[in-house]
Write a protein that binds this ligand. Sequence first.
Ligand SMILES: [Mg+2]
Length: 267
Amino acid sequence: MKHSCILKDTVFKKINPGQKIALFLDFDGTLVPIQKDPSRCVLAEGMKEQLKSLADSGRIYIAILSGRSLPDIKRRIGIRNICYAGNHGLVISGSDMTYVHPKALSAKPSIDKAARMLSKEIAGIEGAWIERKKFTASLHYRSVRKEDIPSVKKAFYKVASEFSGDRMLAVIKGKKVLELAPDASWNKGSAALWILHNLKGKYLPVYIGDDWTDETAFRVLNKKGITIRVGKSAKTAANYYLKNQREVSEFLERVSETRLYEKELIV
Ligand SMILES: [Mg+2]
């Protein structure tokens, strides 16, 4: 790897003039900085305007893929004519495509039960809390004291192991969060491919994300398009990196300018 998108022009040379782009974006840590309390993540007005104008160009199909629930991510972005995938892609809602993974529905009673058990287990641990997200449940421990983190993990895996027999639940590890999700062999990578296949016409996929859950998408899109990790890492499967949200914004600006090359050619 792993080249900086901003420093290397080669990435923009991969975008042919006038080419349609499927722009896949993670939310937390990609479009907004990660916060201790995820309910405080707000999309900056400037970034929102950029996304709107890219979507309005008609050339760029935007899909937001998040571990958040679908209503949560929709509310936080607040743009109408784009596609949203919640719960790591288990539910997808775009202007002309919708999807709910069947396992998301069948595993829901197990998720509910596990979440109830988990809240009892972590009741005495300060800073640990559970977020219910309809089809998944997240145990957040960003605010937990360092010495208590092993107890948080122990409680989580104790509950998870009680469901390992029926193959209903899977564990997803994120940044300071452990999540129980349907055991669906479905991830952000599967969701991104599903969206790409359901688009009419040929789109170049561009995927930007920052977390381990985004690696599934980097792996399946690497050869098809452009994969970018926010934050440099030696371990990532992504081909490029951007340092932070400011650089993400700078990158999006340059993507919007690739349409100008088209105009120049026409002249
Ligand atoms: Mg993220």
